[in-house]
Design a protein around this ligand. Structure first.
Ligand code: MN
Length: 228
């Protein structure tokens, strides 16, 4: 293929135990997928079907990155999330077959400009500037499902410095990974390289310059960033 403009290589993630890397195509994110977080955002978790938004692939940054505090927000928030990495193409995927499409799992942080998001909600505008800005998706290494299986329970946590901020359990996901894949694949033909950020447990909160942020999912891995 010859392109008429320089075209950057796909962003990619480390894969634990493999020489190759996981290429990132699209980043789908799920809103309010843990009941306690839905309540902290002022919503009734029993009433809503899942909803999705996206970040561009270029939002990916590897674990260990030092991230400058974005100059366009005054309320940058952390949201720790289990990330499912899609390895096979498929549309209209049945829930019972959905896990066959998952290559592996990682731990990501859905960085959010809460002030811009609140303004967008109030004005009925899209969330992109609040959710999809550059470097808004720190993500750790992918663990192949062939090595760790498909985690459906286990602690998910985040701390800022030494202080615990978020904790939950994958068993509390309102829409678990197979349901998310099935529902998403009715609208989008899923492709290898797609990531699904599956939602965050309660305890989201602001970050400041100098914060060292560490999060993890038991059996999957960790992610770390520093805000500078
Ligand atoms: Mn999120």
């Amino acid at each position: 293929m010859t392109y008429v403009v320089p075209f950057p290589e796909a962003p990619s993630l480390d894969v634990v135990g493999e020489g190759g890397r996981f290429p990132v195509r699209r980043i789908f994110c799920v809103g309010r997928n843990y009941a306690a977080h839905a309540r902290e955002m002022g919503k009734d978790p029993d009433r809503e079907p899942p909803f999705f938004f996206m970040k561009p692939a270029e939002a990916i940054v590897p674990s260990g990155a030092k991230l400058p505090y974005p100059p366009f927000t005054r309320d940058l928030h952390h949201e720790i999330e289990l990330v499912a990495a899609i390895g096979r193409e498929g549309a209209e995927i049945a829930e019972s077959a959905a896990l066959d499409y998952v290559y592996g799992y990682a731990v990501g942080i859905d960085l959010t400009c809460r002030d811009l998001q609140a303004e967008a909600k109030k004005m009925g505008r899209p969330w992109e500037v609040a959710k999809g800005f550059d470097r808004s998706a720190p993500c750790g290494a992918v663990q192949p499902a062939s090595a760790i299986g498909h985690p459906a329970s286990g602690p998910i946590w985040l701390r800022v410095g030494d202080e615990p901020k978020q904790s939950g359990d994958l068993a509390e996901l309102i829409w678990p990974v197979p349901a998310l894949i099935s529902i998403l694949s009715r609208t989008f033909r899923l492709l290898p390289g797609d990531l699904i950020f599956t939602g965050t447990p309660a305890g989201v909160g602001p970050l400041a310059r100098g914060d060292r942020v560490t999060g993890g999912v038991e059996g999957v891995g960790t992610v770390e960033i520093e805000i500078v």
